[in-house]
Design a protein around this ligand. Structure first.
Ligand SMILES: [Zn+2]
Length: 259
Protein backbone atom coordinates (compact mmCIF):
# COMPACT_ATOMS: atom_id res chain seq x y z
CA UNK A 1 0.00 0.00 0.00
CA UNK A 2 1.46 3.42 -0.89
CA UNK A 3 2.42 5.62 2.04
CA UNK A 4 1.62 9.33 2.39
CA UNK A 5 4.59 11.47 1.40
CA UNK A 6 3.93 14.31 3.85
CA UNK A 7 4.94 16.80 1.14
CA UNK A 8 1.81 18.89 0.81
CA UNK A 9 1.97 21.97 3.03
CA UNK A 10 -0.66 24.61 2.35
CA UNK A 11 -1.24 23.19 -1.14
CA UNK A 12 -0.06 20.57 -3.62
CA UNK A 13 3.74 20.23 -3.58
CA UNK A 14 4.16 16.93 -5.45
CA UNK A 15 5.10 15.88 -8.99
CA UNK A 16 3.90 18.02 -11.88
CA UNK A 17 3.25 17.25 -15.56
CA UNK A 18 3.75 19.06 -18.86
CA UNK A 19 0.08 19.26 -19.85
CA UNK A 20 0.86 20.01 -23.52
CA UNK A 21 2.94 16.81 -23.77
CA UNK A 22 0.26 14.75 -22.01
CA UNK A 23 -2.51 16.09 -24.26
CA UNK A 24 -0.47 15.65 -27.46
CA UNK A 25 0.27 12.04 -26.60
CA UNK A 26 -3.29 11.33 -25.51
CA UNK A 27 -4.70 12.83 -28.72
CA UNK A 28 -2.32 10.76 -30.87
CA UNK A 29 -3.37 7.58 -29.02
CA UNK A 30 -7.04 8.50 -29.36
CA UNK A 31 -6.76 9.10 -33.11
CA UNK A 32 -4.96 5.78 -33.54
CA UNK A 33 -7.94 4.08 -31.86
CA UNK A 34 -10.60 5.81 -33.99
CA UNK A 35 -11.76 8.30 -31.40
CA UNK A 36 -13.14 11.55 -32.74
CA UNK A 37 -10.96 14.47 -31.69
CA UNK A 38 -12.27 18.05 -31.56
CA UNK A 39 -10.47 21.23 -30.65
CA UNK A 40 -12.82 23.74 -29.00
CA UNK A 41 -11.56 27.33 -29.25
CA UNK A 42 -11.78 29.29 -25.98
CA UNK A 43 -9.83 32.31 -27.23
CA UNK A 44 -7.15 32.89 -29.90
CA UNK A 45 -4.50 31.27 -27.66
CA UNK A 46 -6.43 28.51 -25.96
CA UNK A 47 -8.32 25.41 -27.09
CA UNK A 48 -9.95 22.62 -25.13
CA UNK A 49 -9.69 19.05 -26.39
CA UNK A 50 -12.88 16.99 -26.66
CA UNK A 51 -12.81 13.26 -27.46
CA UNK A 52 -15.61 11.01 -28.62
CA UNK A 53 -15.74 7.24 -28.85
CA UNK A 54 -18.60 5.71 -30.85
CA UNK A 55 -18.72 1.89 -30.74
CA UNK A 56 -20.90 0.01 -33.26
CA UNK A 57 -23.37 -1.07 -30.59
CA UNK A 58 -24.14 1.42 -27.85
CA UNK A 59 -26.06 0.45 -24.72
CA UNK A 60 -24.68 3.15 -22.40
CA UNK A 61 -23.41 6.73 -22.71
CA UNK A 62 -20.75 8.18 -20.40
CA UNK A 63 -19.25 11.60 -19.84
CA UNK A 64 -15.77 11.88 -18.32
CA UNK A 65 -13.92 15.10 -17.59
CA UNK A 66 -10.88 16.16 -15.63
CA UNK A 67 -8.14 18.77 -15.37
CA UNK A 68 -10.55 21.36 -13.94
CA UNK A 69 -7.92 22.19 -11.32
CA UNK A 70 -4.35 22.75 -12.54
CA UNK A 71 -2.73 21.32 -9.41
CA UNK A 72 -4.35 17.88 -9.84
CA UNK A 73 -2.26 16.02 -12.44
CA UNK A 74 -3.51 12.46 -11.85
CA UNK A 75 -6.81 13.06 -13.69
CA UNK A 76 -5.40 13.82 -17.16
CA UNK A 77 -2.87 10.98 -16.71
CA UNK A 78 -5.69 8.56 -15.80
CA UNK A 79 -7.56 9.51 -18.99
CA UNK A 80 -4.35 9.06 -20.98
CA UNK A 81 -3.89 5.55 -19.55
CA UNK A 82 -7.51 4.58 -20.21
CA UNK A 83 -7.22 5.61 -23.86
CA UNK A 84 -3.79 4.03 -24.40
CA UNK A 85 -4.88 0.75 -22.81
CA UNK A 86 -8.42 0.76 -24.23
CA UNK A 87 -10.03 0.50 -20.82
CA UNK A 88 -13.49 1.85 -21.72
CA UNK A 89 -16.34 -0.72 -21.85
CA UNK A 90 -17.12 -2.08 -25.33
CA UNK A 91 -20.78 -1.04 -25.21
CA UNK A 92 -20.19 2.55 -24.10
CA UNK A 93 -20.31 5.70 -26.14
CA UNK A 94 -17.93 8.06 -24.32
CA UNK A 95 -17.50 11.82 -24.35
CA UNK A 96 -14.22 12.85 -22.73
CA UNK A 97 -12.73 16.24 -21.82
CA UNK A 98 -9.18 15.42 -20.70
CA UNK A 99 -8.22 18.90 -19.48
CA UNK A 100 -10.60 21.79 -18.80
CA UNK A 101 -7.96 24.10 -17.31
CA UNK A 102 -4.77 23.98 -19.40
CA UNK A 103 -3.58 27.41 -18.21
CA UNK A 104 -3.82 26.30 -14.57
CA UNK A 105 -1.55 23.32 -15.25
CA UNK A 106 1.12 25.62 -16.69
CA UNK A 107 1.10 27.36 -13.28
CA UNK A 108 0.53 24.24 -11.13
CA UNK A 109 -2.40 25.94 -9.49
CA UNK A 110 -6.08 25.26 -8.92
CA UNK A 111 -7.40 28.35 -10.73
CA UNK A 112 -6.99 29.37 -14.37
CA UNK A 113 -4.36 31.92 -15.42
CA UNK A 114 -7.18 34.48 -15.09
CA UNK A 115 -7.65 33.43 -11.45
CA UNK A 116 -11.00 31.63 -11.80
CA UNK A 117 -11.84 28.40 -9.97
CA UNK A 118 -13.72 26.72 -12.82
CA UNK A 119 -15.47 24.33 -10.46
CA UNK A 120 -17.38 27.26 -8.92
CA UNK A 121 -18.37 28.75 -12.29
CA UNK A 122 -21.20 26.58 -13.58
CA UNK A 123 -24.35 28.54 -12.75
CA UNK A 124 -23.70 31.64 -14.86
CA UNK A 125 -20.34 30.80 -16.41
CA UNK A 126 -17.91 33.72 -16.54
CA UNK A 127 -14.80 31.86 -17.72
CA UNK A 128 -14.20 31.20 -21.40
CA UNK A 129 -13.35 27.60 -20.53
CA UNK A 130 -16.73 26.79 -18.93
CA UNK A 131 -18.67 28.83 -21.51
CA UNK A 132 -16.97 26.78 -24.25
CA UNK A 133 -17.60 23.50 -22.46
CA UNK A 134 -21.27 24.25 -21.82
CA UNK A 135 -21.84 25.23 -25.47
CA UNK A 136 -20.21 21.98 -26.55
CA UNK A 137 -22.41 20.01 -24.12
CA UNK A 138 -25.65 21.56 -25.41
CA UNK A 139 -26.37 18.93 -28.08
CA UNK A 140 -24.85 15.94 -26.28
CA UNK A 141 -28.10 14.70 -24.72
CA UNK A 142 -28.30 12.52 -21.62
CA UNK A 143 -25.56 10.39 -20.09
CA UNK A 144 -26.06 7.24 -18.01
CA UNK A 145 -23.38 8.66 -15.78
CA UNK A 146 -21.11 11.73 -15.69
CA UNK A 147 -17.73 11.35 -14.02
CA UNK A 148 -15.38 14.14 -12.93
CA UNK A 149 -11.84 13.28 -11.79
CA UNK A 150 -10.16 15.39 -9.13
CA UNK A 151 -7.47 15.27 -6.45
CA UNK A 152 -7.41 16.65 -2.92
CA UNK A 153 -4.09 17.74 -1.45
CA UNK A 154 -5.36 17.44 2.15
CA UNK A 155 -7.27 14.14 2.00
CA UNK A 156 -6.06 11.01 3.78
CA UNK A 157 -6.98 8.82 0.84
CA UNK A 158 -9.43 8.24 -2.01
CA UNK A 159 -13.03 9.39 -1.65
CA UNK A 160 -15.97 10.24 -3.89
CA UNK A 161 -19.06 12.41 -4.16
CA UNK A 162 -22.20 10.69 -5.50
CA UNK A 163 -24.87 13.11 -6.71
CA UNK A 164 -27.89 10.93 -7.27
CA UNK A 165 -31.10 13.01 -7.03
CA UNK A 166 -33.39 10.18 -8.20
CA UNK A 167 -31.82 7.57 -5.94
CA UNK A 168 -31.14 5.17 -8.79
CA UNK A 169 -29.19 1.99 -7.94
CA UNK A 170 -25.84 3.29 -6.91
CA UNK A 171 -22.37 1.93 -7.53
CA UNK A 172 -20.43 3.90 -4.91
CA UNK A 173 -19.48 0.88 -2.82
CA UNK A 174 -18.24 -0.98 -5.92
CA UNK A 175 -15.98 1.95 -6.75
CA UNK A 176 -14.50 2.18 -3.26
CA UNK A 177 -14.04 -1.60 -3.10
CA UNK A 178 -12.15 -1.54 -6.41
CA UNK A 179 -9.74 1.12 -5.13
CA UNK A 180 -9.30 -0.29 -1.62
CA UNK A 181 -6.66 -2.98 -2.44
CA UNK A 182 -4.25 -0.47 -4.05
CA UNK A 183 -4.83 2.91 -2.41
CA UNK A 184 -5.90 4.12 1.04
CA UNK A 185 -9.55 5.14 1.45
CA UNK A 186 -10.21 8.34 3.41
CA UNK A 187 -12.46 6.97 6.15
CA UNK A 188 -12.94 10.30 7.95
CA UNK A 189 -16.47 10.86 9.29
CA UNK A 190 -16.41 14.31 7.68
CA UNK A 191 -14.65 15.34 4.44
CA UNK A 192 -14.69 18.88 3.03
CA UNK A 193 -17.46 19.74 5.50
CA UNK A 194 -19.77 16.90 4.40
CA UNK A 195 -20.67 13.75 6.38
CA UNK A 196 -18.79 10.82 4.84
CA UNK A 197 -18.94 7.06 5.26
CA UNK A 198 -16.09 4.80 4.10
CA UNK A 199 -14.97 7.38 1.53
CA UNK A 200 -18.48 8.07 0.18
CA UNK A 201 -20.09 11.52 0.35
CA UNK A 202 -23.70 11.99 -0.69
CA UNK A 203 -23.93 15.78 -0.83
CA UNK A 204 -27.17 17.72 -0.84
CA UNK A 205 -28.25 18.64 -4.37
CA UNK A 206 -27.10 22.24 -3.98
CA UNK A 207 -24.17 21.86 -1.61
CA UNK A 208 -22.40 25.19 -2.06
CA UNK A 209 -25.22 27.71 -2.11
CA UNK A 210 -27.38 29.13 -4.87
CA UNK A 211 -24.70 30.71 -7.06
CA UNK A 212 -21.62 28.49 -6.65
CA UNK A 213 -22.09 25.51 -8.88
CA UNK A 214 -19.48 22.79 -9.32
CA UNK A 215 -19.38 20.92 -12.63
CA UNK A 216 -21.20 17.86 -11.23
CA UNK A 217 -24.17 19.99 -10.20
CA UNK A 218 -24.45 21.43 -13.72
CA UNK A 219 -24.26 17.95 -15.21
CA UNK A 220 -26.90 16.51 -12.88
CA UNK A 221 -29.22 19.45 -13.64
CA UNK A 222 -28.92 19.12 -17.42
CA UNK A 223 -27.34 15.87 -18.61
CA UNK A 224 -27.51 12.97 -16.17
CA UNK A 225 -29.24 11.47 -13.14
CA UNK A 226 -25.95 10.17 -11.76
CA UNK A 227 -22.96 12.45 -11.22
CA UNK A 228 -19.75 11.16 -9.68
CA UNK A 229 -16.75 13.17 -8.54
CA UNK A 230 -13.81 10.88 -7.81
CA UNK A 231 -10.98 12.25 -5.68
CA UNK A 232 -7.56 10.79 -5.12
CA UNK A 233 -5.36 12.18 -2.37
CA UNK A 234 -2.42 14.00 -3.92
CA UNK A 235 -0.08 13.38 -0.98
CA UNK A 236 0.82 9.97 -2.44
CA UNK A 237 3.11 9.09 -5.39
CA UNK A 238 1.57 10.21 -8.68
CA UNK A 239 1.66 6.74 -10.27
CA UNK A 240 -0.41 5.31 -7.40
CA UNK A 241 -2.97 8.11 -7.70
CA UNK A 242 -3.36 7.39 -11.41
CA UNK A 243 -3.85 3.67 -10.61
CA UNK A 244 -6.56 4.56 -8.07
CA UNK A 245 -8.48 6.82 -10.46
CA UNK A 246 -8.27 4.34 -13.34
CA UNK A 247 -9.56 1.50 -11.14
CA UNK A 248 -12.35 3.72 -9.85
CA UNK A 249 -13.52 4.79 -13.32
CA UNK A 250 -13.39 1.23 -14.61
CA UNK A 251 -15.37 -0.10 -11.63
CA UNK A 252 -17.94 2.62 -12.17
CA UNK A 253 -18.27 2.13 -15.93
CA UNK A 254 -18.41 -1.64 -15.61
CA UNK A 255 -21.15 -1.45 -12.96
CA UNK A 256 -23.52 1.35 -14.00
CA UNK A 257 -26.71 0.07 -15.65
CA UNK A 258 -28.28 1.82 -18.62
CA UNK A 259 -30.72 4.52 -17.42
ZN1 LIG B 1 -10.24 19.48 -7.99
Amino acid sequence: MPQALGKNHGGYCGETIDIDDVLASLVAEARARDWGVESLPVDPELNLIALHRQPKTVSRRFYLSTGVHGDEPAGPLAVQRMIEEDLFPDDAECWVLPCLNPTGFALNRRETAAGIDLNRDYQNPQSGEVQTQVRWLENKGRFDCAVCLHEDWEAKGFYLYAVNPKNIPCVSEAIVDAVRPVFPIDRSAEIEGFPACDGIIRPPVNPLGPSIWPETLYLTKHHTDLGYTLESSSDFPLANRVDALVLAVRALMNTVSPA
